[in-house]
Design a binder for this molecule. Sequence first.
Ligand code: PLP
Length: 225
Amino acid sequence: MHNLPDNLAQVLDRIHSASNQFSMPSPQLLAVSKKRTAAEIREIYNLGVHQFGENYLQEALTKKADLTDLDITWHFIGPIQSNKTRLIAENFQWVHSVDRIKIAQRLNEQCPEGKVINICAQVNSDGEDTKSGMAINELSDFADAMTDFSNLRLRGLMTIPAPRDSFEAQKQVFTEMKETLHSLKAQHPQLPLDTLSMGMSSDLEAAIAAGATIVRVGTDIFGPR
Ligand SMILES: *Cc1c(COP(=O)(O)O)cnc(C)c1O
């Protein structure tokens, strides 16, 4: 269960097989290391994965301080409170969980000079009030606001769908994301929209079938949390 080399090899094999099966490009693997130790991150890094996703700011900063000798690209993927934006802007190259203009505005203002932060708009693909993420009909205004945020690059969409019980149902929600990104690109051709951050341990094949460019995998690499 905690054999990280075997786990990682299996995940990479699943990604490779799904890409072949569905004739899609292989997405980038983002290793989701929330609740795992710096030593575990180092082990996965040494096996060739250099992109890590974290959900909890304080926990991430503690581990990051232990890993300064590694060339890690850090992605923030957790819920964002506005009083946390400065440290997120200072410590992460990517932020997948931007769910309102106000958060983007603060990240832009607090971005260190000379740095550009890649962001994704988190979309609530299930339309439940309780889940974070913006509604699809809020995306156009969000993308318009990017004109004012020169330190941010809106790269695409991130979503965390509720579990579904069939591959087809999983794929359907991811395909809606792909279509949403496609229309956003048509409306905002000036934006560098090339990213669909979708698919986790339980649904990465369906996400790849629908065109994911980044899959975010925690459990199947590191074991259960
Ligand atoms: C925890 C988490 C993941 C990884 O989920 P697993 O099911 O453990 O692979 C991916 N994305 C986000 C936003 C997460 O919070």
